[in-house]
Design a protein around this ligand. Structure first.
Ligand code: GGG
Length: 363
């Protein structure tokens, strides 16, 4: 019998429903690995779970401990839940954990696929032939989330405080994310990249983005292109979903568009994502697009499909596309059977959907 290829994964459930969906995702991924036992491409996961997040912050004053980032370097990947809790200001929790990990490990490409699933109603699914199969590529290291700016507290409390928030766009940063998007488009049925900016109103960084997009496009004559302003793209998501394939956008624009896109596919709870360090110098991080959802946390209502789909992206990253396909098939079997959580119109619990996913793996 061959020794399974073992992947060391750091699980960071963090906050709210992150805890429930990471537990669900781990159970499904372990079942998949168990099913590979004895085969020539057997694999296994060696998990270590970390307690970082808002609860940790309340106890220690830090979202992650001092040596935490150094420890994460030893893992093959990070499997993340969601960050944020009402008792901690959002900018502290986000910068203290999720953005810190993305930036430390140069996870500059955030991949967010979204598509219709069988049995899931979508606000867009008016006719059976309506098609939605997109990948939003989010620039994940700079742009509006570069953390540049400051507050002049001198007028604080007097109604005259001033704050500046700058966005950083570098030619290298723009070019690498665009080449990533074009290379991905070449692997898809529809070879098209739509670039999104607001370059009519933001005349520096976003015009640089547009210029780089034009230059990079010339190297991909086989790929159809368009440049669309973010406001018009929001309308296009709703009105012409079948006209999109790969959408590349800056950190903030893609963050907003991918929430819109996943809601249009049926629910934010369905969307998976990968924060990739494409050079593989550092671990990449896989997480559902959704946040910690304090309103439903701890009630067994969270949809685990976004987290499980993120596991499929992790398997792709490890060079196991057949295993990733098995996981995606199990998701389709489960939703087609109508085993759905409340966000997608069902009444199944997180646990029931998780069990159905595991059962589907062996059917
Ligand atoms: N699992 C994704 C997550 O925790 N998102 C929380 C959030 O506020 N994210 C902002 C961002 O994606 O930059």
């Amino acid at each position: 019998m061959s020794t399974p290829r073992t992947f060391r994964i750091a699980a960071v459930p963090a906050d709210g429903v992150g805890k429930e969906v990471v537990a669900a995702g781990r159970a499904v991924l372990d079942a998949l690995a168990e099913g590979s036992r004895g085969s020539a491409d057997a694999f296994a996961f060696d998990w270590e779970e970390f307690p970082w997040g808002c609860g940790y912050y309340e106890r220690t004053g830090e979202m992650i401990d001092a040596g935490g980032l150094e420890r994460l370097k030893d893992f093959d990947a990070i499997y993340f839940g969601a960050v944020g809790w009402p008792t901690v200001p959002d900018h502290i929790s986000l910068w203290g954990l999720r953005l810190k990990i993305c930036q430390t490990f140069d996870q500059w490409a955030n991949v967010r696929p979204m598509q219709f699933l069988p049995g899931v109603q979508s606000p867009l699914r008016k006719a059976d032939d309506t098609h939605l199969d997109w990948v939003v590529i989010r620039e994940n290291s700079e742009g509006e989330y570069a953390g540049l700016g400051g507050r002049n507290f001198s007028g604080r409390g007097q109604g005259s405080e001033v704050a500046v928030q700058s966005a950083l766009f570098t030619e290298v940063g723009c070019e690498r994310i665009m080449r990533f998007a074009f290379d991905l488009a070449r692997t898809r049925d529809r070879r098209k990249v739509s670039s999104v900016t607001k370059s009519n109103a933001q005349q520096y960084g976003m015009v640089l983005w547009d210029d780089v997009f034009k230059r990079v496009s010339a190297d991909y004559p086989d790929v159809e292109t368009e440049s669309v302003l973010v406001d018009a793209m929001s309308a296009k998501f709703v009105l012409q979903p079948e006209d999109l394939s790969v959408v590349v956008a800056s950190n903030l624009n893609a963050d907003i568009l991918s929430d819109l896109g996943s809601a249009l596919s049926g629910s934010l709870g369905l969307a998976a994502s990968a924060n990739l360090n494409p050079e593989r110098r550092f671990p990449s991080m896989f997480e559902p697009v959704h946040g910690s959802a304090p309103d439903i946390a701890g009630q067994g209502l969270a949809n685990p499909i976004g987290a499980v789909g993120s596991g499929a992206l992790m398997l792709d990253h490890f060079g196991l596309p057949e295993q990733a396909a098995r996981l995606r098939k199990a998701i389709e079997t489960t939703t087609a059977a109508g085993i759905l959580t409340r966000d997608v119109g069902g009444s199944a619990s997180t646990e029931e959907v998780t069990k159905a996913l595991i059962d589907a793996l062996s059917s």
